[in-house]
Structures are given as C-alpha cells and as structure tokens.
Design a protein around this ligand. Sequence first.
Ligand code: DX5
Ligand code: ZN
Length: 222
Amino acid sequence: MHAMKIAPSILSADFSRLKDEIQAVEAAGADWLHVDVMDGHFVPNITIGPVVVESIRKVTRIPLDVHLMIADPDKYAPEFIKAGADWVSIHPDTCANPNASLQKIRELGARASIAVNPDVPLEQVEACFRDVDMILMMTVFPGFGGQAFIPSVVPKIEAVRKIIDEQELAVLVEVDGGIKTDNIALVVRAGAEVIVSGSGIFKTPDYAETIRQMRQTVGRQE
Ligand code: DX5
Ligand code: ZN
C-alpha cells in the first residue's frame, strides 16, 4: 500500500480570504497545496500567476504543487519555481519537447510531473516517464473547478500504477478532478497516492472533518 497525500486545490477557496483558507486546510491535515495556474489560452479560464504563488509560499510550510495549464510552460515554469513551487506539472501538448521541459524543471530544483488528460492514451506520454517524479492523471478536462469526475479514467490509473510498479519507477501517481469523499476510495484502490480535491474540500463546511472522512474511507492515516 502506498501512503496517501491530500492536496486541496485552492481554486475552490474563497480568494478574498486566501491566507485563512490555506492555513485552515493546513491545520485540517492537508499534506500539499494544489495551485491551478490557467492563462486563458491553453484553457478558457484565467487564475493566478507567480506573484500570488510567492505570497502563498510565505503563509504555509506544506509543499506547493503547481499545475500549469498554460500555453508556454517553458517560459513561465522558472518563474513559478523561483516563487516557491515544489512540484510543477505540465501538459505535454504545451511544450515542443516535453522531456526537455521536465528536465529543466528538475534542474531548477523542483519536482517534475506530466499531466495526462482524460482522452490522452498512456502510450502518448510514456516516453516522459523517465523524466518525471509524478504523473498527474486528470479525471476531468482542465479548465474549471467543480466538474464531475470522469470514471472511465479509472482503468488508466490502474494501468499507470502497473507500469510504475513493474518498472520500479520512483514516480508518484496524482489524480485531479471531481474527487470527493464518495469516490476517493475508488481512485486510491486504482493506485493513486496524491489526491487533489478542490470543491470536495473547500465547498464543505468543516475541512478537518472532510479530510478525516477521506482518510477514513480509504483506511489510511497518511
Ligand atoms: C481542473 C483543475 C483541478 C480542479 C480540481 O482544471 O486542474 O485541480 O481545481 O477541482 P475539483 O476538485 O473541484 O474538481
Ligand atoms: Zn489541477
């Protein structure tokens, strides 16, 4: 069994009280903080930039998991790393040479991750696996918080888990999109170990209780 990490996505937080929201999920037992960066080009939504990440870095000690949904990650990843990103996820179709982009992220001192959209077959990203510390399996199409979980991704999570285990790769499996207390066990059973949840945590009244329930249904303390 793999350890489970919970990474609340601040996309569903109340941005007028961002510091309080971040500190509340940290106190509630969040392991990482997931930061969704959107530029209005790669996805039809605009969220936050490096300046905000720099401010977030000052108010929390937990790792910042920065998910770049932007047209030019090669240009901006260095700025996010400088701002304090510990993990950086990129989408393969946004870089000319994903392996080179991932290597660059590592050179700059962050952990690198490749995102796999629901309609992208694993074969299309397998060449990246040697240059990543994590694979981000999208269980919604990127762009917005609060979308419904796409269950057809589950067999692909199982498949990626199998590849990692068989090849003994030091790579984490993260899932992102529509994860809540009622489906977290499903993705963890499939092999996910880093669980992103935005609305599933921030739209509930008691973050600590929600995270406790998530760990309880999965049967893991950490
Ligand atoms: C989707 C983002 C997700 C999203 C998760 O584009 O990458 O991280 O914020 O939010 P929920 O858990 O509400 O689907
Ligand atoms: Zn995300």
